[in-house]
Design a protein around this ligand. Sequence first.
Ligand code: NAD
Length: 503
Amino acid sequence: MSIPHYRMIIGGAEIDTDARYELINPATEEVIATAAKGDASHADAAVAEAKRTFESGIWRNLSLAERAEVFEKAADGLERRADEMVRLTTLEDGTTVRLSNVFSVVMPSANLRHFAQMLREYNPESAGDLVGPPFQSGKVRREPLGVCAAITPWNFPVALGAWKILPALGMGNSVVLKTDEKTPITSLILAEILKEAGLPDGVLNVITGDGETVGAQLSAHPDVRKIAFTGSTEVGKKVSEASAGNLKRVTLELGGKGANIVLEDADIRTAVDGSIWAFLMHTGQACESGTRLLLPSSIHDEFVDRMVERLKTIVIGDPSNPATDIGPLISAEQRDRVLRYLDIAKKEGATVAHGGGVPEGEQFSKGFWVEPTVLTDVTNDMTVAREEVFGPVLAVIRYDSVEEAIKIANDTEYGLTAGVWSEDLTAAMSVAEQLESGAVWINDWHMINQVYPFGGFKQSGQGRELGPNAFDAYTQEKAIQVGVEKKLENRAYGLVLSTPSPN
Ligand code: NAD
């Protein structure tokens, strides 16, 4: 049976290459499709198309309501293709079907409708006050930046792509999206859906290519005015350095090492399940996971015992089966990386309370699998507590006072998410306010919602996506000022002209 082949979209045309990626189903190791392998010349061509369409005004000169309409039609289009999106997400990155529906359909279509609504309510101009003397009036306008580039990782490609391309397009920019080389399919479909909804050709271009070539080229490109990147902290720093050449605006959503603090009075039943949800969603391949569980010594053993019992109920396996709770890791490389971290943790003194390796059984002979793993006796100086593992691994750390828990939580270079579990909301809020983290979740986790901004403190990132100011990152302010001072002697002319005007 022949497998599908996916091409890039540049200037509305499907662009192919001789070189091809093989796209692998991480649950079976089967090649499910091939994709064009773009290079730096494709990055240049896509930027040129984006620049051409931006300068033409074909999109930016539409009214906000017209752009909103395209988003609304695209939301309808995405919902019509929901089954296909779910199936392909699960095939290309091993996301379980229950999650695929959320991240590739429900969230992006909600984003499309939300940004459409924001566009309908948005006023890009505000009247400046009359100030003086010398008197001046004026206005402040928000204008698009021009060509914006978006670089996305393999996890949640559609959702994380939508966070970038929708506010960029909404504000009238033209966009080049570089998908991760392992997971291009669903992003290409999203672009197709936007085109069908009325987005003019060349306003959104999608390149499938390597980071070191295409990603680096976009980061350094003199015609790209803004770059929005989600990925590892290490690559984020490279993007930031490369973008300095033309002082691009940069948004970076990077790694995390989320501290999940359970207070002594927490509802243990909710907190145990919630802490599993926090570290295990998408087999732990989420930047915002709660990967350090901070437990008070008084309830530590009971909590861990309950958690291990609950983890025994987790169904790991075929992600296309709706009964499956967690699927595979994205690649052999990622599985081996996670297993290496487990070895290091054991050598450094951690105890494996649950899991700890590749699950046994014929069904796991192919694919990239790691068991849900709980490590106890972890201290915050151990490698597994300091570095992002990006797999189904939880590091449990004991604490003896709330002050100590806050200190441990903040003792990291990351600062993306954190959480607190307590029945006392005042106490939880007080802890939340002391945590160095872009998001703090109380009595739940993964509460990402488009009305709240998302982004990191410290080395977890720069700038924010979503939230009430999402458009700001894709616009620049222009102050237009009008001199209306009637008395010439009030003007500052005298600083240069020492005699008054004769008439
Ligand atoms: P990665 O940094 O290796 O790759 C991310 C993207 O960057 C890919 O498209 C890749 O091709 C590209 N890239 C690689 N080298 C590049 C370069 N030199 N210049 C420009 N682009 C380059 O990340 P990954 O391993 O694919 O994804 C997992 C990482 O992403 C984790 O660290 C995770 O925490 C992070 N992440 C963060 C968020 C967030 O919102 N903060 C969300 C999801 C994932």
